[in-house]
Design a protein around this ligand. Structure first.
Ligand SMILES: C[S@@+](CC[C@H](N)C(=O)[O-])C[C@H]1O[C@@H](n2cnc3c(N)ncnc32)[C@H](O)[C@@H]1O
Length: 209
């Protein structure tokens, strides 16, 4: 049975996680963050969209010369990101509450887009990736960092078994990478395994339109 993740459920979950999110997720996921920003290959003045920016843990990793827009469904998570922008005294960062399945941006508005630990936490990952493709210029770069369903038989079955519980907690444990990319017409240029037990995958795609 596919336990569906709903938008309201995600909002409720991150309202609860916001005060403690950084304590739990900062150190565990740090190696992946640095690698993901590196894969963006940011040049001076590049415009970047970070989808599901959360509390803004990636903010200190962006070069100050890029122009960053961060969106998130959760006001509580974004409030933390606002505090982080102020602490870092960053001036070229715009943060907005927005649903990633209906981005309020024009086609081809950004050079690059990033989603770290987000694509399995959204109710409709296909719609989110399609929107990311739409707002990134042709030839632009999309970087996704996430845990995806394991290709090993036993680990994959285990992830299926715990999926209903994980869905209640706000994310999908068994989102399969290849079918997801195929459905949105993306071909990965880079797939690297990283973080604890190499359990997460860093995926870089060029937006061929
Ligand atoms: C696990 S957190 C990751 C946060 C951040 N990217 C990081 O690396 O720490 C997932 C984030 O995705 C956001 N999110 C979930 N569904 C969303 C949607 N439809 N639109 C925008 N943000 C969404 C959540 O509110 C949450 O902040």
């Amino acid at each position: 049975m596919d336990a569906a993740l709903e938008k309201r459920q995600v909002e409720r979950a991150y309202e609860l996680y916001a005060p403690v999110y950084d304590f739990i997720f900062d150190w565990i996921f740090a190696p992946g963050r640095a690698a993901a920003i590196k894969q963006l290959g940011l040049a001076r003045n590049d415009s970047v969209l970070e989808v599901g920016i959360g509390t803004g843990l990636n903010l200190p990793l962006y070069p100050p010369t890029c122009r960053l827009t961060g969106i998130d469904l959760s006001q509580e998570m974004l409030d933390k990101a606002v505090e982080r922008v102020q602490t870092l005294t960053r001036t070229n960062v715009t943060l907005k509450v927005m649903d990633a399945t209906a981005l309020d941006f024009a086609d081809n508005e950004f050079d690059k887009a990033l989603a770290t630990y987000t694509i399995s936490a959204v109710p409709d990952p296909v719609a989110v990736l399609r929107e990311m493709r739409r707002v990134v210029k042709p030839g632009g770069v999309l970087v996704i960092l996430n845990h995806f369903r394991s290709e090993g038989r036993i680990a994959g079955r285990l992830e299926d078994l715990v999926a209903p519980l994980c869905t209640r907690l706000g994310w999908k444990s068994n989102l399969a990478l290849k079918p997801l990319l195929a459905r949105v017409g993306l071909e990965p240029e880079v797939v690297a395994r990283l973080n604890m037990f190499n359990g997460w995958r860093l995926v870089k795609c060029v937006n061929r339109k």
